[in-house]
Design a binder for this molecule. Sequence first.
Ligand SMILES: [Zn+2]
Length: 186
Amino acid sequence: MQLALSDYPRGAELAGALVATAPRVWHGVEKLGTPGEVDALLAEHGFAGSCTPAELDGVRDLRTELRAIVDAAVAGEETGVVVRRASALAAGGLTLGEAGPARGGLPAWVFGSDAGLVEGLAAVTGVGLLGAVRALGPERFRACAAPFCEGAFVDVSRAGRRRYCMPDLCGNRVHVANHRARRRSG
Ligand SMILES: [Zn+2]
């Protein structure tokens, strides 16, 4: 699994997608219950990778750390705290590609790992969060605005106005609830 530094939004999206599978977001239901569910999540986000049964706990532990990093930013912790923890995830997975004139003589910075799925995932999601906090700022790390949802996410959209951890789900449910409330009062 690999990700170029410039492609950090994909890493941040993947980090958010992992965070959104946690039982606390699904009222106790584990959405990464099998290695196959990890594989499906990766494929959905355009990453190749296959999780073994032995790696599943490692993926869930990584998810816990990603959530803690997002929560630290949401809580307004110093940006240094977020950077330090995200760096720890990314650091092991940096490789330097060939230098090229198109890059001003600098090598391509590629994050990832072939050592194992968890290592690769840590590097890709770590650099995703690092890129997001650097390029977009810690205010792009947000708690889901749906009152019934405990989710959190990183908004890497251009407009930066995302409010829900799963827009299709949480956003829709809020709209339906608002609509019903209007009809009741109307
Ligand atoms: Zn949500």
